[in-house]
Design a protein around this ligand. Sequence first.
Ligand SMILES: [Zn+2]
Length: 371
Amino acid sequence: MRFFDDILRVCHSKPLMGYYCAMVPAIRQAFRHYIVCLLLSASGIVVAAESGVVLLYHHVATGTPQSTSISPEDFRAHLDYLRDNNFSVLPLDELVQSLRSRTPLPDRAVAITFDDGYSSIYETAFPLLQEYGMPFALFVSTEPINNRQKNYMTWEQIRALSEAGALIANHMVSHPYMLSRNAEETDANWLARQRAELLEAEATILKETGQSHRFLAYPYGEFNAQIKAMLAEEGYVGFAQNSGAVGYSSDFHALPRYPLAGIYARLETARVKFSTLAFDVELLEPDSPVTELERPEALLRFNLNGISPSQLGCYDNGEAMTLTWENRETGLLRIQAADAHSDRRWRYICTAPSTENGRYFWYSVPWINPR
Ligand SMILES: [Zn+2]
């Protein structure tokens, strides 16, 4: 896919070619689909998949906050593992387009993303990713970049990433807590403020890099039903920060990503996530992760399709949860934490082993209590 990367590189350096450049990912996707079909028909090898995984990094450095950092050594170990174990690292837009159009993906499809735009991405991660020939996406908040804030990349550096084929996308202007209301702000004014900030960041990124994908990574992974509906109206895809694989049935206004920092950066735990598969599942209740309850309930409909219900497990803080099957035949499952939560953000995680040794289906329900 080097050929397409070269075209994109030329494209991003010539904003006037926007119309033709926008077609490149679609052509590349069609080309890859053709190759996948050829392989499938050739020898019965199963290479097509209906899911993939999105990885989330912030700093690739030591000496930065542990909860958002991976060391350069651990990051290189991730890339080595992806290269040596039959993973296909795809551009984020290609992964999303394939899932939305229900086009088969290569097995073990992965997209690499970075949030915020810290300097260590330019200084450390970027040279490594170039060395491994892996595409990646960067979600930037535009204000710290405009203000030339310490530890953030400059627009010149972001343009260098863009010209090398990186996808540059939206992380709002000021990295806000999107759920926070100003004093005496009405619901309508609050939502209008979020929309204005979203569109301003997108316009700045377009002006500085020539890119506009309408991809938003929610700052802190926080959103609610109204924000998702606003994204849908504006034609955006939303990325969250709760774990899980992405698949045909994913919520494209809150796609899960695996945060790989702190204790989760270690290869022994991260590698299990790299090869996870997406459940065919729908979150029926609630429609928003925002809750004031300490033990909120979720109602899910799993299409288990070959997975035995007895193999499905859901976990809260690593503790197995009681599964209440409302209807085992239709996969209707209710889950609720046994212990009260006092944190701002937490999640319930459901997994099941696949028939392939060492691989798991993985889904999580995020919760936010702004208090
Ligand atoms: Zn962020």
